[in-house]
Design a protein around this ligand. Structure first.
Ligand SMILES: [Zn+2]
Ligand SMILES: [Zn+2]
Length: 365
């Protein structure tokens, strides 16, 4: 009896998961796409048609979308499709054919002369598939880590709605929001909980041992996270990450060109929990404070991201160069993915992993 009730309840919860709209394949700037399907419903204006097994080709045409189905060409202001099976989205990029697997409902528009694809799915499917995309290889053989990451992403989504107010979707699939590489059908037969407690629900690749504390790297946003280090049983949890230590050598003149100032004194670092907040030095105009977030952004834009991987670094000055000797990758706020992987290897379950990084928070059920 109880089991039966539980099944009914589980079913009700799973079908009640909230829907969300995501702008997908944003990175590729597509004008054209092919969709392989086994079962498909096409909704154009008021008509609805079903098809089995085939290919649908969609491309932008003037201000509209043009689609080809069973060799028939049609044009419409938008096109809506859905399927009960996974769909294969196929497109060309730099002479390569790329395939992605997605499950759900899609709307296609012409947005500023490119094909805008809006993916509507359940928030839990989105959170779960994003967790797999964000974790990459770390997800392998670590179901509790995936679960912890999915709960964290769901919490983030619930706290950050309408990040793209001017568009027809709430989230994009780029680093700006949350990565989503594929989104196949998932058997999530329960509703994912979310975290409550007022901490900042972010995550990053590798902290290097020190997490970012309040009012940290992202200047002015007033982050408040409770955990300061990523240490368990006297061991830095993310030490096996390929980003646990890094070095970047920058020519002094290059740095001066970048900030458009002459550095006329030794650079003094201002730190918070060992993470660099600003670089302070004298210039021809007097004292100068360079925020580390600005430095990372300037170097990133000009010479490539991931050279300065985090704001957890020391600076060594030689005759011609500045040597940045750093630890970790990312902003260091919230959950450290490589650290969380280590905890899941130590048999921590998802609740224990989340408790470790967000000690003041709890799950809402
Ligand atoms: Zn976004
Ligand atoms: Zn870490």
């Amino acid at each position: 009896m109880n089991k039966f009730l539980l099944i009914i309840l589980t079913f009700c919860l799973s079908i009640n998961s909230e829907k969300i709209s995501i702008g997908i394949l944003e990175y590729y700037n597509l004008k054209k796409i092919k969709i392989q399907f086994k079962d498909l419903k096409i909704i154009v204006e008021s008509s609805k048609k079903s098809f089995s097994n085939g290919n649908l080709e969609i491309e932008i045409k003037e201000s509209k979308v043009q689609y080809k189905m069973n060799s028939q060409l049609q044009t419409s202001s938008f096109l809506k499709i859905s399927s009960n099976e996974n769909l294969i989205l196929e497109f060309e990029q730099n002479q390569n054919t790329i395939q992605k697997v997605f499950f759900g409902e899609f709307v296609f528009y012409n947005f500023e002369n490119r094909l805008e694809i809006i993916y509507n799915t359940e928030i839990d499917i989105y959170a779960y598939n994003s967790a797999l995309s964000e974790l990459g290889e770390l997800a392998n053989n670590s179901p509790e880590l995936v679960m912890a990451q999915a709960i964290l992403i769901k919490t983030y989504i619930l706290n950050q709605k309408n990040r793209h107010r001017s568009r027809k979707f709430s989230f994009c699939d780029l680093t700006h929001c949350v990565h989503l590489k594929n989104s196949p059908k998932q058997k999530i037969n329960f509703l994912l909980p979310n975290l409550i407690g007022g901490e900042e629900y972010y995550f990053h690749s590798t902290c290097g041992g020190k997490l970012s504390s309040s009012n940290g790297f992202w200047n002015g946003l007033g982050f408040s996270t409770s955990r300061n280090d990523d240490i368990y049983e006297e061991e830095i949890l993310c030490k096996e990450s390929p980003h646990s230590e890094w070095e970047y050598v920058m020519n002094k003149q290059k740095l001066e060109e970048l900030i458009q100032k002459k550095i006329q004194s030794k650079i003094v670092l201002t730190k918070q929990n060992e993470r660099v907040m600003s670089l302070n030095f004298k210039t021809e105009d007097g004292d100068y404070e360079l925020k580390s977030s600005k430095l990372v952004s300037l170097i990133g834009k000009k010479y490539g991201w991931n050279l300065i991987k985090s704001n957890y670094f020391e600076l060594i000055e030689t005759d011609f160069n500045f040597i940045f000797k750093g630890k970790g990758l990312g902003h260091g706020i919230g959950l450290c993915q490589w650290g969380a992987k280590k905890l899941s290897d130590k048999n921590f379950n998802h609740k224990e992993i989340l408790k470790f990084y967000f000690p003041k928070s709890k799950l809402n059920k």
